[in-house]
Structures are given as C-alpha cells and as structure tokens.
Design a binder for this molecule. Structure first.
Ligand code: C2G
Length: 129
C-alpha cells in the first residue's frame, strides 16, 4: 500500500484544495493530510476563518482523504514520514524545493497549483463587497 502525505491549512476549502487532494490520492492508495493547528498557523502568520477542529472535520469528509493528523511545527515532517510509513510527500509547487530534505526518507513531488483561486482571494473579494 503506497502511502501519501500532504500538509496545509485548508481554510475556506475550495476547488484548488480539492484538486491537490485528488491528485495526491491518485498517486497512491492512502492519503494522510497534516492540517495546521491554530497555533501553527500563527507561526505561519495565517489566521484561519475556521478553527482546527472544524477544518479537520471538513477534511475528513473528503473522499480522497484517509487520515487527518495535526501539523504543530515545521520540524515534524521527517518524524511523520517515518511514523506513518509514508512513501510519497506531495505539496503544491508554491513550495517547490522547500522540502527536498525529505528525499532521504520518501519520494517528494510538487504539483502545479490551481490558478485562479486561493483562500486569501476569497477573503479579499468578499471584504470588497
Ligand atoms: N493549493 C493549490 N492550489 C491553490 C491553493 C492551494 O494547489 N489554488 C495547495 C497548496 O500548494 C498546498 C495545499 O493546497 O499544497 C494547501 O494550501 P494551504 O492551505 O494554503 O497550505 P499552506 O499554508 O501552503 O501550508 O508545512 C506546509 C504548510 O502547512 C503548507
């Protein structure tokens, strides 16, 4: 069984998120998503609209997602890959190269981001109305 992992905040879930989750799942058999806790989002200078519990519940409802774990810190990825027996790490290519250190532990693939949608775009456009 090929296990895949990806990381993110996944706030105000949109079709760009679904695209990467679907593609990540299609590259293996089991998809683990590490979702940023509210505390970690503060480290990323991000304020999510939905809190961690609700973002987790939403992700768990997605057919492509098999397991959701918390992302508490930048430094947990190697441990996550080892603890969960991960074969493939996937991220959007806005992160191209950032996680190449994981290549010693698993395959690393950066997938093209979906153009034309983002959580910040949604927030900006709604606040203009
Ligand atoms: N994404 C995408 N297309 C978009 C928007 C997002 O492919 N239009 C991808 C991002 O590249 C990322 C994933 O969806 O792989 C989640 O995006 P965010 O929730 O914005 O996650 P981010 O803040 O980039 O957190 O340790 C890594 C961080 O937790 C990543």
């Amino acid at each position: 069984m090929k296990k895949v992992i990806t990381y993110g905040t996944f706030d105000l879930l949109h079709w760009g998120h679904i695209n990467i989750l679907r593609r990540a799942k299609e590259m293996g058999d089991y998809l683990v998503v590490a979702i940023s806790t509210d505390e970690f989002n503060r480290l990323k200078h991000k304020e999510a609209y939905h809190n961690y519990e609700n973002r987790k519940m939403i992700l768990e409802a997605i057919r492509y997602v098999d397991e959701v774990i918390p992302e508490n810190e930048w430094e947990q990825k190697i441990q996550d890959v080892q603890n969960h027996g991960i074969d493939l790490f996937v991220m959007g290519d806005d992160w191209e190269g950032e996680f190449d250190f994981l290549k010693d532990y698993c395959e690393v693939v950066y997938l093209r981001r979906t153009e034309g949608i983002s959580t910040s775009q949604i927030k900006n456009e709604l606040s203009e109305n």
